[in-house]
Write a protein that binds this ligand. Structure first.
Ligand SMILES: *Cc1c(COP(=O)(O)O)cnc(C)c1O
Length: 427
C-alpha cells in the first residue's frame, strides 16, 4: 500500500462528506465474520464529536455512542493525543511489572469513588467475572459458606461469558448454553420482599446467600432506574448479614447519569462495583473496584494479560481527567434534562403508542405500549433513515445514550429527527 493511500484512508476530514471511499460489501463481510450479531445494513467509517459518517458519506447523529461507551464522542483531541502518546512511549508490557499509568488510573478512580482498590481487565463481562470470583472467595474465607449463592435481578444484564449470562436474569441469553454456572438465583428488581424471602429460603444446608449483584439502573433490560428506598434497605440488610452488595456500573458509571457513579442516585455505596463501557471512552478496558475485602484476592488469585496495560490505562486516565477538567458532568445534567423534556413532549403527542419515558442524565429510555405491534426496532430503523442512530433496550424500549459532550443544538436536532421518525412509523 502506498503512503498516499494510507494517508487518504486514515485522514479524518468530516466536513468533506463526499471524500469517502471504499465500497463496502456486506456479503463478503458476512462470509468471513461469524453471524453472532443482527446487524443493521450500515457500515460506519469515521466520526467527529457526536457525528459519524457511513461508507456512502451519509452523516448521522450518534445517540448510541458505541452503546454508552464513547464518553468523549469520536476523534476527541484528548483521545487522539493520549492514544498517540501511549503508543509511541509504551503500549504493553505485562502485570509482571509495575505499570505507572495503571497506578495513576487506579488512584483517580479510588479518589473519585467509594472504592479503595482497583483491578483492571478488558470488558464489562470480565469485570463482573472478577466480582463474582471475589464474592465467592469472600464467602468461603470470610463468611465460611460452602455453597455461596449470588442473587441477581430479572431483566438484568451482566455480560456474555458463561458466569455472566448465568448472572443475567434473561433466559434468552442463556438458551442452549447450559449447563450454566451454579450458584445464582433471580429476584424481581426493586422488590425488597423478594430479596428478604430469597435470603431466608436459600439459607439451607451448605447453601447461603453471599452476595447481591445489581445494576443501579437496569440498562439493557429496559432503562429501569433503581428505587432509592429499595437500595437503602438492601444496604441495611447487607450490613446486618455480611452479604456483599455488588453494583454493576458498567453502563451507568463514568458520568453517564449526570453523577460519576449510578449509586450516587441511590444514596448507598456498594462493597464492590464494576466499570467498563464509558471508562476508556471507547478503548477496551474494564475495572473491578472494591471498598471492603480488597485483600480477599491474594497474589495469583486473578489476572488478565492485557488488563490495565500502559496503553488502555493511559488513555482511560486522560478520559477521566477530561471529564473532571471540562466539568462534563454539568453538561450531562443540562443536556439530560433537555433531552428528557423533549422526549416527554414527544411521548405526550403519542399517547396511543408511547407508554413512558424514564432514565437518569444521558441514559434515557422511551417505552412503547405493550399491546401494539410497534417495536423499538421500528423506531430505530426509521430514525436511521432520518440520520439519527439509536439502540433498543429490549423489544419495546428505545434507548438514548449520546456521547457526554453532546451539545444543546445536537440534542435539538436529534429530537426533531426522532419526531419525524415516529411520525413515519405511526402513520
Ligand atoms: C454492556 C454491559 C455489560 C457487559 O460488558 P461487555 O464489555 O460487553 O462485556 C455488563 N453489564 C452491564 C450493565 C452492561 O451494560
Amino acid at each position: 500500500m502506498s503512503r498516499e493511500t494510507l494517508v487518504q484512508q486514515t485522514t479524518n476530514s468530516p466536513e468533506s462528506g463526499s471524500s469517502t471511499s471504499s465500497s463496502f460489501n456486506a456479503d463478503s463481510f458476512d462470509q468471513s465474520v461469524m453471524s453472532t450479531y443482527g446487524r443493521f445494513p450500515l457500515a460506519l467509517e469515521r466520526g467527529q464529536g457526536c457525528r459519524v459518517w457511513d461508507t456512502q458519506g451519509k452523516e448521522y447523529l450518534d445517540f448510541v455512542a458505541g452503546i454508552a461507551t464513547c464518553t468523549l464522542g469520536h476523534a476527541h483531541p484528548v483521545m487522539v493525543e493520549a492514544v498517540t502518546r501511549q503508543i509511541q512511549k509504551l503500549h504493553h508490557v505485562s502485570n509482571l511489572y509495575y505499570i505507572p499509568e495503571q497506578g495513576e488510573l487506579a488512584q483517580w478512580l479510588v479518589e473519585h469513588s467509594c472504592s479503595d482498590r482497583a483491578f483492571f481487565c478488558n470488558s464489562g463481562a470480565e469485570a463482573n467475572e472478577g466480582a463474582i470470583k471475589l464474592a465467592r472467595k469472600y464467602a468461603h474465607t470470610v463468611l465460611e459458606i460452602d455453597k455461596p449463592i449470588i442473587l441477581t435481578a430479572n431483566a438484568s444484564f451482566h455480560g456474555r461469558t458463561l458466569a455472566t449470562i448465568t448472572a443475567t436474569g434473561q433466559p434468552k441469553y442463556q438458551k442452549n448454553f447450559d449447563p450454566l454456572v451454579p450458584g445464582f438465583y433471580y429476584v424481581p428488581y426493586n422488590d425488597i420482599r423478594a430479596i428478604e424471602n430469597a435470603i431466608s429460603e436459600l439459607d439451607e444446608g451448605d447453601y447461603r446467600v453471599a452476595a447481591i449483584l445489581l445494576e443501579p439502573l437496569q440498562g439493557e433490560g429496559g432503562v429501569r432506574p433503581g428505587d432509592v428506598a429499595y437500595f437503602q434497605k438492601l444496604r441495611q440488610i447487607c450490613d446486618e448479614t455480611g452479604i456483599l452488595l455488588i453494583f454493576d456500573e458498567v453502563q451507568v458509571g463514568m458520568g453517564r447519569t449526570g453523577k460519576l457513579w449510578g449509586y450516587e442516585h441511590l444514596g448507598v455505596e456498594p462493597d464492590i462495583f464494576t466499570s467498563a463501557k464509558g471508562l476508556g471512552g471507547g478503548i477496551p478496558i474494564g475495572a473491578l473496584l472494591c471498598k471492603k475485602f480488597c485483600d480477599v484476592f491474594q497474589a495469583g488469585d486473578h489476572a488478565s494479560t492485557f488488563g490495565g496495560n500502559p496503553f488502555v490505562s493511559g488513555v482511560a486516565l486522560s478520559v477521566c481527567q477530561t471529564l473532571e477538567r471540562e466539568n462534563i458532568l454539568a453538561n450531562v445534567v443540562e443536556r439530560g434534562a433537555q433531552l428528557r423534556a423533549g422526549l416527554e413532549n414527544i411521548a405526550a403527542q403519542y399517547p396511543q403508542h408511547i407508554a413512558e419515558v424514564r432514565g437518569w442524565g444521558l441514559i434515557n429510555g422511551m417505552e412503547l405500549l405493550a399491546d401494539i405491534p410497534l417495536t423499538a426496532i421500528d423506531i430505530v430503523k426509521a430514525a436511521m433513515e432520518e440520520g439519527l442512530l439509536l439502540v433498543p433496550a429490549g423489544p419495546k424500549v428505545v434507548r438514548f445514550v449520546p456521547p457526554l459532550i453532546v451539545t444543546e443544538q445536537e440534542v435539538e436536532v436529534a429530537l426533531q429527527k426522532l419526531g419525524k421518525a415516529i411520525a413515519t412509523v405511526t402513520k
